[in-house]
Design a protein around this ligand. Structure first.
Ligand code: ADP
Ligand code: MG
Length: 633
């Protein structure tokens, strides 16, 4: 629709989710109201970046005004703040959609699913960029006057809202390109209509913004009868891109506020790494590890990647070609001297320079994580939030497998429930003569910790890693050894830890004894041939009568359940049924000649083994009836 077809003025409702976010924000950010200025200056600076980028292809967009800047003015008496930029601007359609709806994919859906409990929901605000709506924390009326670069002066737009349910738009004349935001402050926000206050907020949050943020030089009040002098515009921020400055001149606060600018995250970063690379490749990177996970960490098409600059010129957001998928939680900036200013996403995908930068940046992130790991508490927070994503790297990034392996953390049979043991910790505690890293995979910590498979290990003080995250079995399928030590799944295949046992092995059995054993195993095998692959005496069990073991090359139980849940076909493989020959119930089996009782007892042992492996029973009522028969006998 062209502008001529539009009614000049119209009132429109905010998208429901936008309204919800607006309300949530006003309520939850009340104690930190000054951030509204950071957000509006950040938008103005983004708009200047976008214009500079668009002008690479069409320099007429500058309209003979190439000095991009942001200007803030304040009127104490009228209680207004005006923020002007000469960036890209917005057309009427853009103002309606960008300021009236939530564009970012997935966000609207997420908001739709909020609980409605204000207190609970307000914690979630950290997951969103606070953005433009933060203006309504301090203002009860916000006006936006804008005109898109390249459009005619008559195509300006005037957007007004009081931040409740609707806004109005009108087409206006706006000769100057760019956007002006007028905030009419609430009575209780009058403190912000103050020159010094605004300057200090700009310095605090926006010093690193590359574009100059200007205010009028302060002029003392005029004497009676004389006209008030108006000061010249002067820069309030240092107006150099933060990442171009040298490390030792940048304070932690500056790094933190820059993070909030690039990440649109309200929380503070957990760690950062700032590097200037010279030589064959020339680029500067400033990478951050967030504290909180975004809500869409696992959405396939969620935005990810770094903010890309080429020689200080902004090129694009979310350049995902510079880091592997498993490091998608990393935020930050990369500024290259080697790439062309015309670089596009398509070019990035196949550029050799980008490929080398990607592998160097990946190493940087791994360095940063190794360093973070020296601080146990911080690393624990990282692991809890992003550990499962990092595990994807064990499969995705073969070249760095050993380094990522060093960063993994697990719970273990000899420590607490926390996943805080590294493989190096484990290896340092290995018993004399131990060559393998023992682990068990299950769906729950408690199932793993109490599994019968651990009995022989516990009895001999051999540590076993307890893995119970969704991806663990999948990951371990690719992770065969670490630091020269092979991994061994204690619930799989043949197990021989006789070399680690405290007590010497029993003597070899007499012939007639073995014959009786074989007869028992045969009898059970015949009975259970539908359910199990084979039946044998166990080397794993101490207290439990029986357990199930997966064949060395077969799919494990966790993977099997995951595939079944996803509706995929699972290879048909039966487990091995292992019995503890020293257990009273197993001995009782040998002495049971009554066929019905033998069957009850054998089936109960099988179902018990299933239950302790965290599996469900195919016939739970049958199990209950059998147990009751045995109890009653
Ligand atoms: P974000 O900055 O994370 O995209 P915001 O809520 O801050 O989200 O802003 C929403 C959108 O409104 C921006 O993406 C941009 O398209 C538009 N916008 C806001 N302020 C300006 C401005 N000063 N100039 C041009 N466009 C703007
Ligand atoms: Mg913004």
């Amino acid at each position: 629709m062209s502008v001529a077809d539009k009614p000049t003025a119209e009132t429109l409702g905010f998208q429901t989710e936008a309204k919800q976010l607006l309300q949530l924000m006003i309520h939850s950010l009340y104690s930190n109201r000054e951030i509204f200025l950071r957000e509006l200056v950040s938008n103005a600076s983004d708009a200047c970046d976008k214009l500079r980028f668009a002008a690479l292809a069409d320099s007429s967009l500058y309209e003979n005004d190439g000095e991009l800047k942001v200007r803030i003015s304040v009127d104490e008496d009228a209680r207004t703040i005006i923020i002007d930029d000469n960036g890209i601007g917005m057309s009427r359609e853009e103002a309606v959609s960008h300021l009236g709806t939530i564009a970012k994919s997935g966000t609207a859906e997420f908001i739709r699913n909020l609980s409605g409990d204000e207190k609970k929901d307000s914690h979630l605000i950290g997951q969103f960029g606070v953005g433009f709506y933060s203006a309504f924390i301090v203002a009860d009326k916000v006006e936006v006057l804008s005109r898109r670069a390249g459009q005619s002066a008559a195509d300006g737009v005037h957007w007004v809202s009081s931040g409740e349910s609707d806004f109005s738009v009108e087409t206006i004349d706006k000769p100057e390109r760019g956007t002006r935001i007028v905030l009419h402050l609430k009575e209780d926000a009058a403190e912000f209509a103050n020159d010094w206050r605004l300057r200090s907020i700009v310095r605090k949050y926006s010093d690193h913004i590359a574009v100059p943020v200007q205010m009028r030089q302060y002029m003392p009040p005029a004497e009676e009868g004389k006209e008030q002098e108006i000061g010249e515009w002067e820069n309030v921020n240092s107006a150099t891109a933060l990442w171009m400055r040298s490390k030792n001149e940048i304070s932690d606060e500056e790094y933190q506020s820059f993070y909030q600018h690039v990440s649109h995250d309200y929380a503070e970063p957990l760690a950062w790494s700032h590097n200037k690379v010279e030589g064959k490749l020339e680029y500067t990177s400033l990478l951050y590890i967030p504290t909180e996970a975004p809500f869409d960490l696992y959405h396939r098409d969620a935005a990810r990647g770094l903010k890309l600059y080429v020689q200080r010129t902004y090129i694009m957001d979310d350049a995902e070609q510079f880091l592997p998928l498993y490091l998608r939680f990393v935020k930050g900036v990369v500024d290259s001297n080697d790439l062309s200013l015309n670089v596009s996403r398509e070019i990035l995908q196949q550029d050799a320079t980008v490929e080398s930068m990607k592998s160097a940046l990946t190493k940087r992130v791994l360095d940063m994580l190794e360093k973070l790991a020296e601080d146990k508490e911080k690393y624990a927070a990282f692991w809890k939030t992003f550990g499962n994503v990092l595990k994807e790297g064990m499969v995705e990034d073969v070249a760095n497998r050993e380094r990522i392996g060093k960063l993994l953390r697990f719970a273990s049979s000899t420590s607490s429930k926390e996943q805080d043991q590294s493989l190096d910790d484990y290896i340092a505690r290995m018993k004399e003569g131990q060559t393998q890293i023992y682990y068990i995979v299950s769906d729950h910590y408690d199932t793993a910790k109490n599994s019968p498979h651990l009995e022989i290990f516990r009895a001999n003080d051999v540590e076993v890693l307890l893995m119970h995250d969704r991806l663990d079995e999948w990951m371990m399928g690719y992770f065969r050894e670490y630091a020269g030590k092979a991994f061994a799944d204690v619930a799989r295949g043949d197990l021989d830890i006789s070399h680690l046992m405290k007590d010497p092995q029993p003597e070899k059995k007499a012939e007639d004894e073995s014959a009786a054993d074989n007869a028992l195993l045969e009898r059970i095998k015949t009975l259970l041939s539908e359910q199990v692959e084979s039946v044998r005496f166990s080397t794993r069990l101490v207290d439990s009568p029986a357990c199930l073991v997966v064949g060395q090359a077969d799919m494990g139980m966790q993977m099997r359940r995951m595939m079944e849940a996803a509706g995929q076909a699972v290879p048909d493989a039966k487990p091995i049924f292992e019995l503890n020959e020293k257990h009273a119930l197993v001995k009782r089996l040998t002495g049971t000649s009554d066929a019905a009782r033998f069957e009850d007892l054998a089936l109960v042992l099988l179902d018990e083994a299933r239950l302790s492996a965290g599996l469900t029973l195919e016939n739970p009522a049958g199990f209950v009836a059998r147990v009751n028969r045995l109890l009653n006998a």
